[in-house]
Design a protein around this ligand. Structure first.
Ligand code: GAL
Length: 418
């Protein structure tokens, strides 16, 4: 791994050779949206490791699950000519900023450390622009998970996690009849979209998901399968409590922890939340993939904006190298709820949910059932994603029919592509 020591040595030599060049001290200002209990713990590990290497970390957290507020803040910073050194960014967003010439590449670090050999190709491609790495991935998050409180399920005689949406509905009806909120949910557009995409995977399968939510095929968007997906989303709406509007996702996780609700449907950052609260997997909470036999991929990565100052540019290289180091990938992901982006990091210290995640990931890659998350910015441009979020949220908060939802959605997506 590249450390500050060898970078500093090289810089000191250069500083003597070229009068006027400041000594590098490796500074990064990091813009991210990791502010919940589990998230803050995980990003704290990155800060700690960077500082242990001698770097200076300037923290710029922008609260707001899913990162929509952070992306707005990022645009404002770039427009004002003052981008942060490192930014949590994903999927097509990486490509969009790279295409605008806003990013530095870290190909030198990637070559030296053979990133191509240790990342799944599907992920490596997302990190590259024009054949060069412009982002370093910290993790692989899975979006299609049920999280449940087994003590709550036991109250209605349920000991097995559902494997189909019908089974889920049956359990949810039992919980509701017993006066227990079946589904802890936060009514924010990205959370509604998270439910929606998990439902689409379960109702239509991975090929359908890809056609509708990635390729934006009009036939798929207006199909009976999409109507059925909205029907299931309507069912889920009936399982949330009255106060769901605007609730943050981690507060929904807390409802499951406390036994105030049976389930949450959320990516495995929810596991980071359970763990940060000292909850034990398999005992205090259980996980199961939502139906569909696929894997909805979400990966967090850091990009490096074009900034001036040798110390900042060196900070970027050190951060990229640190992020991809095996020991950091282990520590970070143990806290974050995700699994390492590197496939060569052992999961010995991880729980069964993480082990299932890697096993299912490899199966999904083999069977071509791995799909990128629309809700979490891995699949489509921000403008197209915005249309999905608007429509899904409108549907969730009204009595719009599934037929109308499908018609409006297809039209909105078509407009966004023009
Ligand atoms: C996701 C992100 C995760 C998680 C979540 C909630 O988009 O990839 O790392 O933190 O948002 O904030």
């Amino acid at each position: 791994m590249m450390t500050f020591k060898n970078i500093l040595a090289a810089t000191v030599v250069a500083a003597f050779a070229l009068p006027g060049i400041a000594k590098a001290d490796g500074t990064v200002e990091v813009l991210h949206w990791w502010t919940s209990g589990g998230e803050a713990k995980a990003v704290g590990e990155l800060k700690k490791a960077f500082e242990a290497d001698g770097g200076k970390w300037v923290d710029s957290p922008i609260a707001g699950g899913g990162g929509d507020a952070a992306m707005t803040a990022l645009r404002a910073r770039v427009v004002s000519g003052n981008p942060p050194t490192a930014v949590q960014l994903k999927g097509p967003g990486i490509q969009e900023w790279a295409a605008q010439g806003a990013l530095n590449d870290v190909q030198g670090v990637a070559d030296k450390e053979h990133w191509d050999d240790v990342l799944p190709p599907v992920l490596a491609n997302i990190m590259k622009y024009d054949g060069k790495y412009v982002a370093a991935p910290v993790n692989i998050h899975r979006v299609d998970w049920f999280w449940a409180n087994p003590q709550v399920l036991a109250k209605v005689g349920v000991t097995e996690m559902p494997t189909t949406w019908d089974e889920f509905n049956t359990i949810a009806d039992k919980l509701k009849a017993a006066g227990i909120t079946p589904l802890a949910h936060g009514g924010q557009p990205w959370q509604d979209a998270t439910l929606f995409e998990d439902v689409v995977l379960g109702v239509g399968g991975a090929d359908f998901f890809r056609k509708a939510l990635v390729e934006l095929d009009q036939d798929a968007l207006t199909s009976d399968t999409m109507i059925k997906s909205f029907d299931q989303l309507r069912k889920l709406r009936g399982y949330v409590d009255d106060n769901f509007s605007g609730r943050d996702w981690n507060l929904a996780t807390a409802m499951v922890m406390r036994g105030d609700a049976g389930f949450q449907i959320m990516g495995d950052w929810a596991k980071g939340e359970f763990l940060a609260a000292g909850k034990v997997p398999g005992k205090d909470f259980v996980c199961a993939a939502t139906p569909g036999k696929g894997f909805v991929l979400n990966s967090d990565s850091f990009t490096f904006f074009k900034v001036s100052g040798a110390d900042k540019i060196e900070g970027q290289k050190v951060l990229a190298s640190l992020i991809m180091s095996p020991s950091f990938q282990e520590t970070f992901n143990l806290a974050k709820g995700s699994i390492p982006a590197r496939t060569d990091v052992s999961l010995d210290k991880f729980d069964d949910c993480a082990k299932k995640s890697r096993e299912d990931l490899l199966t999904a890659i083999k069977n071509d059932t791995l799909v990128p998350s629309m809700a979490h910015e891995m699949a489509v441009s921000r403008s197209v994603r915005g249309e999905f979020l608007d429509l899904v949220t409108t549907f969730f908060n009204s009595d719009m029919s599934s037929q109308d939802a499908v018609k409006d959605l297809a039209a909105a997506i078509q407009r966004a592509q023009q």
